[in-house]
Design a protein around this ligand. Structure first.
Ligand code: SF4
Length: 471
């Protein structure tokens, strides 16, 4: 692992905003939380193949990562593009949890008991939609079925909706083993909050952060979104001031992609209220300047972190990873996915559970695993995934190191890609030499555009329909 290029403090600071480049490269593209991406999964993948992948993974015995999907939300945020169910029907939630507990048991039977779970993530939807009793029951099922790590090396995180947690819940989550909180903030401006139907006070968030500090969470992360209706540079500046006053360890600044033809809820957003593309670029530029001035370091894609955060250390020593949770310090784990629509990655396979709750519950009731789609990656996928990982996490590729790790001659294997990368080098996104590709200060804001050159599935013009905008 340590053979990757390391990143110095000075290199970290070097991100350079070029509005012309950012707008020229702002076509749509994957976020590369996996390669191949979920678009390539097919329903030809079978439950038997999943079971075989789990069996083979026990021979390697790597530690596990668990992802648990809680799809429920109390209200609809109009910008949302997630797989979620807006409900207040308690019976529906109980039925889902019963199926989830059955799935936990069925999945755990496939993996050797001595495989430690080093990473756990509750995502949604809204995991904190569950009440304290339900959260306790869910953790009890997980800890009875799997060997959850209890030491400080564990990375147990949960997405928290500040509107649905109280001080007691933050204490409870810490007692249950969670040591990272990810808070959906999006924007503190009341006018923006009204326009997207997500009302939450700054005071509630501040109280939540105070509780997280009190209960010694290792990291608190904020999600913000730019490009939302009623936003301006000035209004978002106030949001940034409020966010930075709370000093989260990590910040993710996402771009809102308005796709009302695909996401029904977005039709509630009036197009006339959206900031223009020029204003969005100004907001982004201002955000980057403000965060770096405040001491945040750029990790990659939309992520920033304080210098003492684990992600920064991982970036320094070349162990940073990208997986379905975004950037992570834990690599090489087999990921077991639990719940509707959840995606797992065991050995050389990706497997996705049914995206329909009805189908998910029906399959579980028949004692079948709810795996509906997937993919067995081939050698070329593995090599390309490594190149994309190097671009997304390590800002470049050293041909000799890559060749040693993957038994290929990089320049020969990627000769067509190197030709195509020449255009990006002319635009000063990368520097190409005989021995390496290095991402430049301007290129760091356009990592996915560089990574896309290595994606063999992406020559089709339908990228625009399927993926969010690159920036
Ligand atoms: S943004 Fe989060 S809380 Fe809002 S509807 Fe989507 S999943 Fe639910």
């Amino acid at each position: 692992m340590n053979e990757h290029r390391t990143t110095s403090d000075t290199e970290f600071q070097l991100i350079s905003f070029d509005a012309d480049l950012v707008s020229r490269y702002s076509g749509r593209g994957p976020r590369y939380t996996s390669y191949p991406t979920a678009v390539q999964f097919t329903d030809a993948f079978t439950e038997a193949e999943y079971r075989e992948a789990a069996r083979a993974s026990n021979e390697r015995g790597r530690p596990l990562s668990l992802y648990v999907h809680i799809p429920f939300c109390t209200t609809l945020c109009y910008y949302c593009g997630c797989n979620k169910i807006v409900t207040r029907n308690a019976a529906r939630v109980r039925d889902y949890l019963d199926c989830l507990y059955t799935e936990i048991t069925m999945q755990a039977e496939l993996f050797d008991q001595d495989r430690r779970v080093e990473q756990l993530h509750f995502g949604g939807g809204t995991p904190t939609f569950l009440d304290d009793k339900q959260l306790c029951q869910l953790m009890t099922h997980l800890s009875q079925a799997f060997s959850l790590e209890t030491g400080p090396s564990r990375e147990f995180s949960i997405e928290v909706d500040p509107r649905s947690v109280h001080s007691e819940s933050i204490e409870l989550l810490a007692n249950l083993g969670f040591n990272r909180l990810s808070l959906g903030i999006q924007d503190f401006d009341p006018e923006v909050q009204r326009a997207v139907n997500r009302i939450q006070s700054t005071e509630d968030v501040q109280n939540l952060v105070n509780d997280a500090r009190k209960y010694a969470y290792r990291s608190v992360s904020f999600d913000l979104i730019y490009g939302l209706p009623r936003q301006s540079v000035a209004s978002f500046d106030v949001t940034l001031d409020q966010a930075m006053a709370m000093r989260p360890d990590r910040l993710a600044i996402y771009n809102y992609a308005h796709l009302p033809e695909r996401f029904k809820g977005q039709r509630m957003i009036h197009a006339k209220d959206l900031p223009t593309p020029e204003t969005k670029l100004d907001i982004l530029q201002h955000t980057i300047e403000k965060l770096t001035d405040a001491g945040y370091l750029y990790i990659g894609m939309d992520h920033f972190a304080l210098p003492d955060d684990d992600l920064v250390q991982a970036k320094h020593d070349g162990t940073l990873q990208r997986n379905f949770q975004g950037y992570s310090t834990h690599g090489g784990l087999d990921l077991v996915a639990l719940g509707v629509s959840a995606i797992g990655n065991i050995g050389d396979t990706f497997a996705q559970n049914s995206v329909s709750t009805i189908e998910y519950e029906t399959l579980i009731s028949k004692k079948q695993l709810p795996v509906k789609k997937g993919l067995i990656v081939d050698e070329d996928d593995r090599i390309r995934a490594a190149a994309i990982q190097d671009i997304m996490c390590h800002d470049g590729i050293d041909y000799a190191v890559f060749g040693q790790q993957h038994s290929v001659n990089f320049s020969e294997y990627f000769a067509p890609e190197l030709e195509r990368l020449a255009d990006l080098a002319e635009d000063d996104l990368i520097v190409i030499t005989n021995t390496a590709i290095a991402v430049t200060a301007k290129g760091r804001l356009l990592l996915r555009s560089i990574a896309m050159v290595f994606d063999r599935y992406l020559s089709t013009a339908d990228t625009n329909k399927r993926f969010s905008q690159a920036i």
